[in-house]
Ligand binder design. Structure first.
Ligand SMILES: Cc1cc2nc3c(=O)[nH]c(=O)nc-3n(C[C@H](O)[C@H](O)[C@H](O)COP(=O)(O)O)c2cc1C
Length: 312
């Protein structure tokens, strides 16, 4: 009954409160999966964007997620786009959002991780500030990566949100190669500094032609990226779907993003693990993503419509 963003805030507060009564504990698991050198207690994670600031990591992990991805985080805090910016499409079990990375900044999120008594597997998703020119985007990613590295189990480079102007241009072959080569270089330095290897993962959009997917796959292989998340929200709209501006997620995205995974897998095979996101609303959707070539999955909109019972 609450407007979407108010419901979001209240739910996060309740999850935080719940974690005081049911603190997160690491339990032995019979369904562990090893991907990118990390042992995940199960293959279902929380997708980025729900806990942007890392305020509720323990509470979310205690719901049963195998891993929690926080962010997107930017170097400086920012407000994001004017409200309203989240819209429910109840009949279609979908959401349109144009949040524009509202977040308290990378430093805030790191402090939240430092406060954790027990740490689940945490992905830190990074992006660029709205005011950073696209030519200088690499500086924002590098800064966030340096700060996130000692605290993340993996780091996601988000170049696929439709709500930050020009961001998706970073998926173009030339931009992408330059950006990923720079970040892989930095990963190498940080690996030596901390004596710990933190995988670098790239999150891509579902709105890509077959040719673009092939080019992206070539760059991922050439730069030896550790994983790829497919996909972010879509700007495509089929008949009968609201034309509200922003990224569409949930049921209408399921088939679109599974198709991207299939195409991607044809190029990269098992060499680079795929983390599937996009319209996972039930158990069968998970199986479809795994059959398409994914090693892990993430949910967001499914959790909004089905609640945490979906994890069971
Ligand atoms: C309200 C909302 C905010 C989101 N914010 C982010 C974000 O900050 N960074 C990001 O990489 N993805 C973000 N996403 C995309 C999700 O992580 C996911 O890739 C996408 O929604 C597809 O999965 P789903 O259909 O299960 O929701 C957001 C999605 C929603 C619905």
């Amino acid at each position: 009954m609450l407007p979407p963003e108010a419901a979001h805030a209240v739910t996060l507060q309740l999850i935080k409160l719940r974690s005081l009564f049911f603190p997160f504990k690491i339990k032995p698991s019979k369904i562990t999966v090893k991907v990118m050198g990390i042992e995940f207690p199960n293959n279902i994670g929380l997708a980025a964007g729900l806990d942007k600031n890392g305020d509720c990591i323990a509470g979310l992990a205690s719901l049963g997620f195998g891993f929690v991805e926080i962010g997107t985080l930017t170097p400086l805090p920012q407000r994001g786009n004017p409200k309203p910016r989240i819209f429910r499409l109840i009949k279609q079990k979908a959401i349109i959002n144009r949040m524009g990375f509202p977040n308290k900044g990378i430093d805030h999120a790191i402090k939240q991780i430092q406060k954790l008594k027990v740490k689940p597997i945490i992905g830190i998703n990074i992006g660029k500030n709205k005011d950073t020119e696209i030519e200088d985007a690499a500086d924002d990613y590098m800064l966030c990566m340096q700060k996130a590295y000692p605290f993340a189990d993996y780091i996601t480079v988000n170049i696929s949100s439709p709500n930050t102007e020009s961001l998706r241009e970073l998926q173009n072959e030339e931009h992408l190669h330059a950006l990923l080569a720079t970040l892989k270089n930095m990963q190498n330095l940080l690996n030596h500094q901390y004596d710990r290897y933190v995988p670098l993962v790239v999150k891509i959009a579902p709105d890509l032609s077959s040719e673009q997917i092939k080019h992206i796959a070539d760059v991922l292989i050439a730069t030896e990226v550790d994983g790829v998340i497919a996909t972010n929200t879509t700007v495509q709209r089929t008949e009968g779907i609201s034309k509200e501006q922003g990224g569409l997620s949930g049921a209408p995205l399921t088939a679109i993003s599974t198709d991207i995974i299939k195409q991607l897998y044809q190029h990269i095979g098992p060499k680079i693990p795929i983390i599937a996101a996009g319209g996972i609303m039930n158990k069968a959707d998970i199986q479809d993503k795994l059959d398409a070539g994914a090693s892990l999955v993430q949910v967001y909109t499914g959790l909004i419509y089905e609640g945490p019972g979906l994890l069971k």
